[in-house]
Write a protein that binds this ligand. Structure first.
Ligand code: FAD
Length: 556
């Protein structure tokens, strides 16, 4: 009896440990996170060794790592918890989350000056809570550029993968695209791998086999609960600095507001050995925006908004970039299960081919639905069911084209002005045209033939996509006949924004802000190009790697 009882007990312990380790049950996870609280419960004044602004893709692994030694860590996240409504973040709700424009939405939408709608995360876990979930590591070139040691990067990737990355199911549509890419010569077949390799592969996903999403917030399970505090709905307005005569300004505190409008200030401890720090991980848009609001940026522009200049740094907000994405909408005659990206093709000139199906893209247009102006009603009828369609898309390495981010006002909750200048560089446009030719070949491949309406040509698909692409750009009359014009007119975001606080321009190779003390930026804003085919793997790896490097320097 005793033996029977203890076996049952052991089995129960095993199930609980296993479920927690794999993050199988969100409902059970929440109580464990007793260190995650509403900012309304924060003291008016507090002191920490490390203050991480933004509990996103980089911020969560960074803070979890920093908390594992003798340091007290604070994370300030403007959004709420991803665990309160886990249905909302399931795969099938990918688009509906992005189109939720309510004030408490976990996605904040914007329209860039390029007239392309985009989204930024507003939730603990950041972009990993609202994104497509596709997980793929970066090319080695990126590690050199980012100054990250390869062994440390590999260990950090594994640390992330062990917790939140899954081998995807073989979705019908993804398998067809995979075969199509191989058929048209995006070779070799690299099977299933996280590595960035030329050819076609299946890679990881944040969705488990039940379609539940796992996120960077789950990486906080690695944290030492006694050394970390995470405040939700904690909107950081400003970083404060001490500026003693003749010395460089030193970041020493963070002013944030809770959901009731209560003001709080958290100070970094600034012990005699100066090991305390403030780390900005507010994302590609949030980090340059907050630097500027704190007085670090182009002096004349800051002064014109009444912001006291701490450091004239014209490169903050410069060279913002976003990978352009273009593709073809492919309506199919029968229902097939929806899928987000699990397959990618990488060709020799670094076009990246990916696809998803079963979603209505027109909802993303930013105009309450694009207005198709079809010249051929019968084809329009064939494409009637907007979810019986796939989008086969290509993005490009880089990109080389750069834009900027500028403050429009001093309200941190408003979007700054953003321009990405898609295709300003001729090489980006050439890559797009070449990638579109490959997409047309894939659509015409045998592998995809059974998913096509027989009498619908690729020219029909081009015409349809010109009408439905999710942007607000004008359509040139030759957009359906010139692939250059097609790329320019139908460009969409793939949400891979980066730049604005780049290495060597705004931060050094330790991610410390140039010209200041005790302040780093660690997130996608530091990139000069978007790593890999999709960046989230590398952003989480960066958070973990930098956490380890900072702890090492703390020990010295
Ligand atoms: P974030 O993860 O955005 O983190 C920034 C955090 O800071 C956020 O949580 C934000 O709320 C918080 N914050 C900002 N300002 C403040 C403030 N003032 N006070 C307090 N907190 C603040 N990548 C992939 O690899 N695969 C994909 O399939 C994929 N699909 C995508 C689909 C969508 C719709 C989107 C939006 C992105 C996608 N990406 C994908 C890109 C990837 O998710 C992002 O590049 C990445 O998450 C950005 O990480 P980050 O740490 O730089 O910023």
């Amino acid at each position: 009896m005793g033996l029977k009882y203890s076996r049952r007990f052991l089995a129960l312990v095993f199930i609980v440990v296993f479920a927690n380790f794999h993050g199988l049950n969100y409902a059970e996870k929440a109580p464990k996170y007793s260190f995650i609280q509403e900012a309304t419960s924060a003291p008016e004044v507090s002191f920490y060794d490390y203050i991480v602004i933004g509990g996103g893709t980089a911020g969560c692994p960074l803070a979890a790592t920093l908390s594992t030694r003798d340091a007290k860590v604070l994370v300030l996240e403007r959004g709420g918890s991803p665990y309160t409504n886990t249905t909302k973040i399931r795969m099938e709700n990918f688009i509906s989350t992005l189109t939720d424009d309510s004030p408490n939405s976990i996605s904040q939408s914007f329209i860039s000056e390029d007239r392309v709608p985009g989204n930024r995360a507003r939730v603990l876990g950041g972009g990993t809570v609202i994104n497509g979930g596709f997980y793929s590591r970066a090319e080695t070139l990126f590690l050199k550029e980012a100054g990250i040691d390869e062994a440390l990067a590999n260990e950090s990737y594994e640390w992330v993968e062990k917790k939140i990355v899954y081998k995807p199911r073989a979705f019908q549509w993804q398998t067809a695209v995979r075969n199509g890419l191989l058929e048209v010569g995006v070779l070799p077949d690299n099977g299933f791998t996280f590595a960035h390799l030329n050819g076609t592969k299946t890679s990881g996903t944040l969705f488990d086999k039940n379609g539940n999403r796992h996120t960077a917030a789950d990486l906080l399970e690695y944290a030492n609960p006694t050394m970390i505090k995470v405040y939700l709905h904690a909107v950081v307005h400003k970083i404060t600095f001490t500026t003693k005569d003749g010395q460089r300004p030193k970041a020493d505190g963070v002013i944030f507001y809770d959901a009731n409008g209560g003001r709080h200030i958290a100070y970094s401890k600034h012990e005699s050995n100066n090991r305390s720090e403030i780390i900005l991980s507010a994302g590609a848009i949030g980090s340059p925006q907050l630097l500027m609001l704190s007085g670090i940026g182009p002096a004349a522009r800051l002064r014109s908004l009444g912001i006291k200049v701490v450091l004239d740094q014209p490169m903050v907000g410069r060279e913002m970039a976003d990978k352009p994405s273009n593709g073809l909408l492919i309506p199919y005659p029968t229902h097939i299960p929806l899928s987000l990206i699990t397959v990618v093709g990488i060709n020799k000139i670094s076009n990246y081919f990916e696809s998803f199906n079963g979603f209505d893209l027109s909802d993303l247009s930013g105009s309450g639905g694009a207005q198709p102006q079809s010249s051929n009603p019968s084809q329009e009828a064939m494409a009637n069911s907007t979810t019986n369609q796939a989008f086969l898309v290509q993005t490009i390495f880089g990109p080389i084209s750069k834009g900027y981010l500028e403050l429009q006002n001093t309200n941190v909750s408003d979007n700054p002005k953003l321009r990405f200048n898609y295709f300003q560089a001729a090489v980006d446009l050439r890559r797009c045209v070449s990638g579109m030719q490959t997409i047309i070949n894939v659509v015409n491949s045998d592998s995809l033939s059974r998913f096509r309406f027989r009498n619908m040509t690729t020219q029909d698909l081009i015409n349809m996509t010109v009408n439905r692409a999710a942007n607000l750009r004008p359509r040139n009359p030759n957009a359906t006949t010139s692939l250059e014009q097609y790329c320019i007119d139908t460009v969409m975001t793939f949400w891979h924004y980066h730049g604005g606080c780049q290495i060597r321009k705004v931060v050094d190779r330790d991610y410390k802000v140039l010209g200041l003390d005790q302040l780093r930026v660690i997130d996608a804003s530091t990139f000069s190009f978007s790593p890999g085919t999709n960046p989230q793997a590398t952003i989480m790896m960066l958070g973990r790697s930098m956490g380890r490097r900072i702890l090492q320097s703390r020990r010295r």
